[in-house]
Design a protein around this ligand. Structure first.
Ligand code: FAD
Ligand code: AMP
Length: 475
């Protein structure tokens, strides 16, 4: 007899494991099925985000930034350090410890919330009154039944046919998080969020980094002015960013890789490097799910089709996170998980896809929420912009992090804030105030009249709001 549950969740990334906790809190009898194994071959909950994504990348970004500060910034404070070097082994061990403590923490959260955790690959086998799911691992399998299913199987790195991974010299983001030494010359295919963050880590540690990006413009997903500022700053830091460069082939020899690409003038070019990271995006992980067995509808790109409430075409089957439309971000996955759990429990869950913050953890950080200037122009929306530089802020000066600005875009008729774009220190933290502003339909006047602590980076946000009506005080 198959064990029976109210809810079966397939995938324990930030979408699935958060959905499972919320289901447990709501008193639903829940199983969470996950097939992730770490490099030691042990089950490890948390999906891409905890194992090979957000958490390990942020650990390495912090370590490498500290190295960079010690070498190039401490002296400004009169702190003279000599003989600074980097022990990549220690840095990686620290990262692994952080990952282990978080992935282990999910086990505890599951126990606390009475979620049953099962290890193995989950696959739909039949759909009647309930859904039957087979869980298989190492040749063994067992079935469970559930009235509701939440699919949270995430995404996988996209491969470039001409640049097959050998997992030594040519790696994806997983391999790039585990380098045991600093490559002298590092190539990165794709200057998206992941390529930029990983390129930054190894550049700070001493690699000569070249990013090859097929699109003609740098970071087209961000506000144009932010993207331009970022390109200027990153180039000054030493990242060689080549846009309009389409990679067709990468050949790994014994010790180095030769990358062939077409440049922005259509000429054939070659790049030699010691390691190559392929970071050209991710695709939804639906291949082994048995979607066709039960008639779960996918779109032409393999994403599970869902409505605004994450409901699929099958009754009581939800899909959340990277496996459905919308940005591939951990917090978006988690909020969709909470929404699905609450709808299953008869509550009114919702996620506002218009107010999802984006963050790129480069230095300076980049973060935004809502519309960009180019989106507003294309949509013919009249707007006012207020902008303020970090250079004129006391806290930024004392941190020694003065690059960048905050820009607030407000509807010209109503003054409602429709977009906020930040490039600067701790943009990842500062964006929270902007998200609250958007969610509460704040006007720039509302923000302008709120007291912000002094000296703090949040004053830059305040001054940008004042700037919408041309009354910034410190510029
Ligand atoms: P995933 O985290 O991919 O989890 C899916 C889980 O399901 C996995 O454990 C997988 O093994 C399992 N699974 C798949 N199929 C099956 C099956 N059939 N049966 C059982 N289990 C299955 N996002 C941010 O918001 N901030 C960041 O800073 C950030 N940094 C990133 C850095 C890197 C290098 C990468 C690669 C990604 C980063 N992301 C970041 C993106 C983020 O990791 C994803 O958006 C997030 O993990 C998606 O969550 P998910 O639950 O949808 O899927
Ligand atoms: P992201 O989707 O943010 O992870 O970014 C991936 C980036 O890789 C995008 O900006 C793509 O334009 C870029 N890209 C995709 N294919 C290629 C290719 N063959 N050569 C260079 N860049 C590519």
């Amino acid at each position: 007899m198959a064990r029976s549950f109210d809810v079966a969740i397939i995938g324990a990334g930030p979408g699935g494991y958060v959905a499972a906790i919320r289901c447990g809190q709501l008193g639903l009898n829940t199983v969470c099925i996950d097939d992730w194994k770490n490099e030691k071959g042990k089950p490890s909950l948390g999906g891409t985000c905890l194992n090979v994504g957000c958490i390990p990348s942020k650990a390495l970004l912090e370590s490498s930034e500290n190295y960079q500060r010690a070498r190039h910034k401490f002296f400004e404070h009169g702190v003279n350090v000599h003989g600074v070097d980097i022990d990549v082994g220690v840095m990686q061990a620290r990262k692994n410890k952080i990952v282990e403590s978080f992935t282990g923490g999910i086990d505890l959260l599951f126990k606390k919330n009475k979620v049953i955790s099962m290890h193995g690959k989950g696959r739909f086998v039949s759909a009647n009154e309930t859904y039957r799911i087979e869980i298989s691992d190492d040749g063994k399998s067992e079935n469970v039944e559930a009235r509701h299913v939440i699919v949270a199987t995430g995404s996988l790195p996209r491969q470039l046919p001409g640049a097959p991974l050998d997992r030594k010299l040519v790696v994806d983001s997983v391999g790039a998080l585990a380098f045991t030494e600093v490559p002298r010359r590092l190539g990165v295919i794709g200057a998206g969020v992941i390529g930029l963050e990983l390129g930054s880590v190894w550049r700070r540690l001493g690699s000569e980094v070249t990013l090859l990006e097929a699109l003609p413009d740098f970071l087209p997903v961000a506000d144009e002015q932010v993207a331009k500022e970022a390109q200027k700053i990153f180039t000054k830091q030493g990242l060689d960013i080549r846009t309009g460069a389409t990679v067709t082939l990468a050949k790994a020899g014994k010790k180095r890789v030769t990358v062939e690409y077409e440049d922005n003038k259509g000429a054939q070019q070659a790049l030699e490097c010691d390691k190559l990271i392929v970071a050209i995006g991710r695709f939804p992980n639906t291949a082994a799910l048995g979607a066709e067995t039960v008639g779960l509808r996918l779109d032409s790109r393999g994403y599970i089709e869902v409505d605004a409430r994450c409901r699929s075409n099958l009754p009581n089957v939800f899909a959340i996170g990277d496996v459905v439309r919308g940005p591939m971000l951990a917090h978006k996955a988690s909020e969709e998980g909470v929404m699905a759990a609450e709808i299953i429990a008869g509550q009114a869950g919702q996620v506002n896809l218009e107010a999802i913050p984006w963050v790129i953890y480069t230095s300076p950080e980049i973060a935004w929420v809502g519309e960009t200037e180019q989106q507003l122009k294309n949509a013919g929306v009249a707007y006012h912009a207020g902008q303020f530089p970090f250079l004129a802020n006391g806290r930024a000066r004392s941190l020694g992090e003065t690059s960048g600005f905050v820009k607030i875009l407000a509807d010209a008729k109503t003054d409602r804030i429709v977009g906020v774009h930040i490039i600067g220190p701790y943009a990842s933290e500062m964006i929270a105030e902007a998200v609250v502003a958007l969610e509460f339909s704040a006007s720039s006047e509302d923000i302008a009249r709120i007291v912000h602590a002094h000296p703090s980076l949040s004053e830059v946000f305040h001054e940008a709001a004042l700037g919408v009506t041309k009354r910034a005080l410190h510029i």
